[in-house]
Design a protein around this ligand. Structure first.
Ligand SMILES: [Zn+2]
Length: 268
């Protein structure tokens, strides 16, 4: 019987049934990799060339990764090419204010970031979660300092079943551990499977995720009055982040900030 058969499709939270299998697979994958890492010298996470003592990126990948530093738009987190002094809000944030309060990302969605995200999502490279979380913790320091809880952007259960883990939930959990903040993994659910956002224009992206998210009834009280940081791997137009922020706000969240590993930055 195909996986999308009706009885299962009617239960968006059925993903929980697969969690023991997912956890076991992750445990063995992580264990094997840890063993290899203790024997071999550090290699670049992106290109596998020697990475020096840090075990992160080699100097070439580090430079092309495009880590985001101030000055950036205080609302959208998009970097500015020059520093005019003082806090700045970009024209884009004025023209089309996001539903979320503030967004921060560790790096631009460069070729290196694309490769890294791809390795995590499709290459089962769960060893990347920790270094990504380190970069994100640094980029989101201000947001995390004020946060009550982290909420990952959920996958639809059919996709979670295919991929075995939700990369955003893994990142949220690692950041939560580092910063000693609660991570509410199942607060949001993707109640409608949406086609990938890749290749869609801004308006189409917003339409694609409209009504795709819901908050689980039991989690409303955990979100109400709380300052939430929504965690995802990549921020593109902000359509997904806005859709999630809308649901969290409706449930009474006091604040919704967004923290991602990478973000698409239009060339200025
Ligand atoms: Zn490299």
């Amino acid at each position: 019987m195909p996986l999308a058969a009706k009885p299962l499709a009617a239960k968006p939270f059925a993903a929980k049934a697969f969690q023991p299998v997912v956890a076991a697979a992750q445990f063995f994958a992580a264990g094997g990799r840890a063993l290899v890492q203790t024997v071999l010298p550090p290699i670049c996470l992106a290109c596998k060339k020697p990475a020096g003592a840090s075990g992160g990126l080699c100097s070439k990948c580090w430079q092309s990764a495009g880590f985001i530093e101030r000055p950036y738009c205080e609302r959208l987190g998009t970097p500015f090419s020059y520093d005019s002094g003082g806090p700045l809000i970009s024209p884009a944030a004025f023209a089309d204010p996001p539903v979320f309060d503030r967004a921060r990302s560790a790096m631009r969605f460069s070729d290196v970031a694309r490769d890294l995200v791809h390795l995590l999502k499709y290459g089962d490279r769960l060893d990347l979660v920790k270094p990504f979380a380190n970069w994100m913790t640094r980029a989101g320091d201000e947001l995390l300092g004020e946060a009550d809880a982290l909420v990952p952007v959920p996958l639809h259960w059919t996709r979670l079943f295919q991929r075995r883990f939700n990369q955003s939930a893994e990142l949220a959990r690692a950041i939560a551990k580092q910063k000693k903040i609660a991570a509410i993994d199942d607060a949001l659910a993707r109640v409608r499977a949406t086609p990938p956002q890749v290749g869609l224009a801004r308006e189409e992206r917003a339409k694609n995720v409209h009504g795709a998210f819901a908050i689980e009834k039991n989690f409303r009280s955990k979100v109400k009055g709380k300052r939430i940081v929504l965690v995802d791997d990549v921020l593109t137009t902000g359509a997904t982040a806005n859709a999630c922020a809308r649901v969290l706000r409706r449930a009474g969240a006091a604040k919704v900030d967004v923290l991602t590993l990478a973000r698409v930055v239009d060339q200025v």
